[in-house]
Design a binder for this molecule. Structure first.
Ligand SMILES: Cc1ncc(COP(=O)(O)O)c(C=O)c1O
Length: 391
């Protein structure tokens, strides 16, 4: 008897893949054929995990106590994260508000699971980090992706929140620095948004995963805006630990028991070796390595942004953080998806088309990631220039 596969849940129809993955697969295929490819599509640091963090993991694994840790995280790590808010931002946070998770992804999922029910709406930007709308969809909620442009640094404004909040809205999600634009939200604007949301009994979720990777000084943390704000962070980007899958959330104290119940059921706990490793993330030795990398990213940004502008890409807001440049490309008379594909095939440069981040002017934008060496970036720009002048 011919068997048909099990039927998927209808909510799966709203979960899109990362389009750039198809591009990455093609890039690998071309590399396997011997072609040289410059990767400017990758959203993770090219640097390895700092050695003190690796050493801490090896030591812990050698001792061998690799059992489950508490669902909210290892107490020593929760305390270390809380202490770092004091040291870095001068903000007092109780370790009891820290929830250690499998990456910022785990933290975002827990926050959305705790807040969003069927039919509930969540406001976020378009363009945005695509997983956020998918987390909301998984909870049977509805992401309202509000078009934003350079004039608001691609961030939400209090007016947008006021104008789009309705009876079904429960939360606002913001990332600063943001992916794909690398832009920061103005702290005073964020404070007004926090008040707007608070006044409507809603929740504000602020993703600070790219904190530490800001190039005009440190950004203040949204933790300072009040005990009711959800702040997401991770060891992935600044700390160079993407593959370890470890992040955290600072949650409102009274909601921690509910979040703990969800974490117990969904994850049991975040990775034990990764948590031991992360204990070494806040030491002066590690900090020194990370700050040198921050300077390297800044140098790359300062090299790449003017070089792209000289080729005719319109970069309306200087990216102040993360490792992305969001550039307008419609001047070249080609849709960004076609541009990314043609550029890969003909010039061996991989970039991410705007479609991965939403619908608003997606065909007119591409994202460049400076997660490769300065030499590679310069070669990428050279190839890009040649490609554009031959079209
Ligand atoms: C804005 C943003 N938030 C969250 C994540 C998830 O990161 P992770 O789960 O590795 O901590 C990413 C990854 O690219 C991101 O760009």
């Amino acid at each position: 008897m011919k068997q048909s596969p099990p039927r998927l849940a209808t909510r799966l129809a709203g979960i899109e893949p990362f389009h750039v993955m198809a591009l990455l697969a093609r890039a690998k295929e071309l590399e396997a054929q011997g072609r040289s490819i410059i990767h400017m599509e990758i959203g993770e640091p090219d640097f390895q995990t700092p050695q003190p963090i690796v050493d801490a993991a090896l030591k812990a694994v050698a001792v061998g106590d690799m059992h489950y840790l508490p669902a909210l995280g290892m107490p020593a790590l929760r305390a270390a994260i809380a202490r770092d808010y004091g040291a870095r931002y001068g903000v007092d946070v109780s370790p009891s508000r820290i929830v250690v998770t499998p990456g910022a992804s785990g933290a975002l999922l827990l926050a959305v699971a705790a807040l969003v029910g069927s039919g509930d709406r969540v406001l976020m930007t378009d363009p945005t980090y695509p997983c956020n709308r998918h987390f909301v969809r998984l909870m049977e909620g509805e992401a309202r992706c509000l078009p934003v442009d350079a004039d608001s640094h691609y961030q939400l404004t209090p007016e947008l929140v006021r104008n789009h909040w309705d009876a079904r809205t429960v939360a606002v999600m913001i990332a600063s620095p943001a992916n794909p634009t690398g832009t920061l939200i103005d702290p005073a604007t964020l404070a007004v948004i926090a008040d707007e949301v608070r006044g409507r009994n809603g929740a504000l979720i602020v993703d600070e995963i790219y904190h530490g990777l800001t190039y005009e000084g440190d950004a203040p943390t949204a933790v300072a805006l009040g005990d009711d704000v959800f702040v997401i962070n991770s060891f992935s980007k600044y700390f160079g630990m993407t593959g370890w899958r470890l992040g955290w959330m600072v949650a409102p104290e009274t909601l921690v028991p509910a979040i703990e119940r969800v974490a117990q059921n969904v994850f049991l706990a975040a990775s034990t070796p990764a948590q031991h490793a992360a204990l070494a993330a806040f030491t002066p030795q590690t900090r020194e390595v990370l700050e040198a990398r921050r300077r390297a990213f800044r140098t790359r940004r300062d090299d790449l942004v003017p070089a792209l502008a000289a080729l005719g890409f319109d970069i309306a807001v200087k990216p102040e953080g993360a490792f992305y440049v969001y550039a307008r490309c419609d001047r070249f008379g080609i849709d960004s998806f076609a541009l990314a594909n043609e550029l890969l095939e003909r010039a061996g440069v991989a970039i991410t088309p705007g479609i991965d981040f939403g619908e608003h002017r997606a065909q007119q934008h591409v994202r460049f990631a400076y997660t490769t060496s300065l030499d590679n970036l310069r070669e990428g720009v050279r190839r890009l220039g040649e490609f554009l002048s031959n079209r």
